[in-house]
Design a protein around this ligand. Sequence first.
Ligand code: ADP
Ligand code: MG
Length: 244
Amino acid sequence: MSQTLVALESVNKHFGDLHVLQDIDLSIASGEVVVVIGPSGSGKSTLCRTINRLETIDSGRITIEGRELPQEGRALARLRADVGMVFQSFNLFAHKTVLENVTLGQRKVRRVAKADAERRAMELLERVGVASQAQKYPAQLSGGQQQRVAIARALAMDPKVMLFDEPTSALDPEMINEVLEVMRQLAADGMTMVVVTHEMGFARSAANRVVFMADGRIVEEASPKEFFSNPRSDRAKDFLSKIL
Ligand code: ADP
Ligand code: MG
């Protein structure tokens, strides 16, 4: 069994009266691909956001390589670099070129020299299939291309884990596969990934484990094969009957 990379232990979080994360225990092994599914409002995005501390937690513990998440300052900036995040909306810097989007973090947080950052950026843009767009601005790219740039930008920080929060939900249908294909390749290359998605084909083919959430709790965890062929809980059965 490989080593635990990310661990959440008895994590609780409230938004006012809403108990959005309830006693979440989840450990993610190095190289593992965990797909998180569940109805809208079940806490999937909040779960992702706690892992890179975009959200604080009320109780419990989150560790990466055994170390608790830093609270602030440069340690927090480094944590954010170690935990790459790709959102539904592409979140690229609109006034920077594609190349600048992928070099900026390397230079500011990792203190990489300009030429090295650009070399690395071009390698990554090549890898996600958008190297020819390097001098363009995000608005000149399709949604699928922008999302692939967002993936390259996160990868440029050499993250230990990548979080994807519905990365294809805002895309036109014909662009979904080009993004999923990049993610599949990343998974095959051994990246540790947490992926919130409604793409059940991706979950079946790329996940090592499916985590099903409802009402702020992890209701069920299983291999994709087991989960899709034999969901145990009524909540999961109900959810699957609606989406499959
Ligand atoms: P999911 O990603 O599974 O759809 P979210 O984690 O986005 O769920 O949201 C879980 C619940 O928390 C929802 O009811 C949502 O309205 C609420 N919520 C999310 N973010 C906030 C916030 N910043 N303030 C108050 N409520 C929030
Ligand atoms: Mg969400």
